[in-house]
Design a protein around this ligand. Structure first.
Ligand SMILES: Cc1cc2nc3c(=O)[nH]c(=O)nc-3n(C[C@H](O)[C@H](O)[C@H](O)COP(=O)(O)OP(=O)(O)OC[C@H]3O[C@@H](n4cnc5c(N)ncnc54)[C@H](O)[C@@H]3O)c2cc1C
Length: 286
């Protein structure tokens, strides 16, 4: 029977244990206890060592055979460790895994709109949401290899950059390429203020123009949000964008093109020039 391995930098791995579906799991950790695992191999890392520096030790500890499954949470450190394990085992990495069994896995694509089934014969590294901390007994710790790169965190400080938790926002005003300049975003900011909403955007306004920070763009490769109200202004509604807001309650679109795909995703639509519609709406709400 395939053996299940788990790479864990922190104990938030309940979803990965669910993917194991009751099969015994050997966790390879950097010190965190993993409740519910059958075995726990702890890599000895000195205080202040960045998790990624333990990649050689994690790769050495996981002695997987063809057909074995190595689970890793979709977090930055675990992705690095998973990559090192995959390279050592010459194993494929599958991301967005929602189910995995002997020789077959199901993957969510395009924000869950499409599901892929993949078969494999080699060992496979499966990356999925980690979830919360599981409940269960903590197995006795075995000491793993100590082949850790010499790297140390010398200081930690809070970034000055503004960050936003869009996932918790109840109302979102999202702006797109319909805005002609960065200054014009003020129209959306005034409107958002009037309705108590957070500002978000389509990817081009964040990665193309850099008018807004990356943690504000919605979509497959951006934030996934489910506010009560989502107002899309000057956004065409490409699938890569709408995959990130499909769980929204009431969707309202403002677009000058009555054929914009965003209208088919909307409960209410205003066909019009945002430069006329937005000031009028803001004024009406004042
Ligand atoms: C691999 C990949 C991943 C991607 N991931 C994402 C992602 O996560 N999120 C994302 O958003 N995009 C993503 N994209 C990009 C995506 O395909 C679209 O290009 C992008 O979403 C379009 O942004 P937009 O709607 O702002 O711009 P456009 O498609 O250019 O639409 C602008 C809209 O504004 C309207 N408009 C113009 N002037 C006015 C006006 N005066 N008043 C009112 N309306 C007006 C137009 O009619 C048009 O509908 C990805 C693309 C790729 C290839």
């Amino acid at each position: 029977m395939a053996q299940i391995w788990l790479i864990a930098v922190n104990p938030d791995v309940a979803n990965l244990l669910e993917l194991a579906a009751g099969r015994p799991v050997t966790a390879v950790t950097l010190g965190a206890d993993i409740p519910g695992a059958a075995r726990q191999i702890v890599i000895p890392v000195a205080e202040g060592t960045p998790a990624e520096a333990a990649a050689p030790a994690v790769a050495e500890a996981i002695t997987a055979e063809p057909g074995d499954i190595i689970l890793a949470a979709n977090r930055s450190a675990e992705r690095v460790l998973a990559g090192a394990v995959a390279a050592k085992l010459d194993a494929p990495v599958l991301s967005g895994v929602t189910a995995i069994g002997d020789g077959t896995a199901r993957l969510a694509r395009y924000g869950g709109i499409v599901e892929e089934t993949v078969s494999f014969e080699s060992a496979v590294v499966a990356v999925a949401d980690g979830g919360t901390t599981p409940v269960g007994d903590v197995p006795a710790s075995e000491t793993g290899p100590a082949t850790v790169h010499a790297a140390v965190v010398t200081s930690t400080s809070r970034s000055d950059g503004e960050s936003v938790n869009l996932a918790a926002a109840k109302r979102i005003v999202a702006v797109g390429r319909g805005f002609k300049s960065e200054e014009d975003l003020r129209l959306a900011e005034d409107f958002a203020k009037a309705i108590g909403a957070e500002i978000a955007c389509s990817r081009p306004l964040s990665e193309g123009t850099e008018w807004l920070p990356r943690d504000r763009y919605i979509g497959i490769t951006g934030q996934h949000v489910a506010p009560e109200v989502y107002v899309a202004i000057g956004i065409s509604g490409q699938m890569q964008h709408t995959a990130g807001m499909a769980g929204s309650g009431t969707v309202i679109s403002i677009n000058s093109d009555d054929k914009a795909p965003m209208f088919s995703q909307s409960d209410y639509g205003i066909v019009g020039d945002l430069y006329e519609v937005l000031p009028a709406l803001t004024e009406a709400l004042a």
